[in-house]
Write a protein that binds this ligand. Structure first.
Ligand code: NAG
Ligand code: NAG
Ligand code: NAG
Length: 224
């Protein structure tokens, strides 16, 4: 009888704890993974095979060069230097990576984009950035902030975000991402610069634009 009561109390507590626990979708290591039932035709897009741990060396966990600014002479005036599992093989399966972002003076922009596989935490070390992200439908609420050196801001996983240099000097930021390869979808590139192009009728209606404007946007050079 006592045992039964104990069980019931434990069960109730467990159920209560479960209702408080937050659930989370699986975190894929690649854009998609079409299941196959034989490994012969399998490919590793992002996840990698593991080196024998006995053969691992310090350089497997090392990268050098983030002191070097990226070249911002491009249409958007920004440059992202990525340090993920492709640069540091030791990051494989560890769920973390790093970027350096340089912004040209007077309007260097890291244009609206999302990281499908990672939350980003960014710290400004130089310059002044106007940053923001937008929440999902239907609210599409915009969160923005002006950041100065030492300021930190978070861009939650999957949400569209941007950073814009509103200062007269170059700006520099570093950011950690909660994935060994967070992926990037730059909105303008994906929508207007896809290969092959999206049928203009789709974009004309979706963006409520004149067809000539869509043709113009699709003809632009979309830099990464
Ligand atoms: C593997 O998949 C094929 C095609 O989907 C199917 O015909 C076959 O029975 C499967 N084999 C096994 C061992 O599940
Ligand atoms: C970013 O900077 C690097 C190093 O200067 C350069 O090789 C690369 O082409 C630049 N990327 C873009 C998109 O401008
Ligand atoms: C930056 O890129 C531009 C355009 O590609 C190029 O003309 C310039 O020489 C580069 N600057 C440096 C420092 O590499």
């Amino acid at each position: 009888m006592k045992g039964m009561r104990c069980f019931l109390v434990a069960f109730t507590l467990l159920a209560f704890a479960n209702s408080l626990a937050s659930a989370f979708d699986p975190s894929p290591l690649q854009d998609f993974c079409v299941a196959i039932n034989d490994t012969k035709n399998g490919v590793f897009v992002n996840g990698k095979f593991c080196k024998d741990p006995k053969l691992a060396v310090a350089d497997d966990f090392f990268y050098s060069g983030l002191n070097m600014p990226g070249n911002t002479s491009n249409p958007v005036g920004s440059n992202v230097t990525t340090v993920n599992v492709d640069q540091i093989p030791g990051l494989n399966t560890l769920g973390i990576s790093l970027v350096r972002i340089d912004y040209a003076p007077y309007g260097g922009l890291n244009p609206p984009h999302t990281h499908p596989r990672g939350t980003e935490i960014l710290v400004v070390v130089e310059g002044t950035l106007y940053v923001g992200f937008v929440t999902s439908n239907p609210e599409n609420r915009l969160f923005t902030k002006v950041l100065y050196p030492g300021d930190v801001f978070v861009f939650p996983i999957g949400l569209i975000h941007f950073q814009f240099n509103i200062g007269k000097t170059e700006a520099v930021a570093f950011a950690g991402l909660s994935s060994q390869n967070a992926g990037v979808i730059t909105i303008a590139n994906a929508v207007f610069g896809s290969d092959p192009p999206i049928n203009p009728d789709v974009l004309t209606k979706a963006f409520q634009l004149d067809k000539n404007m869509v043709a113009y946007l699709q003809s632009r050079f979309w830099s990464d």
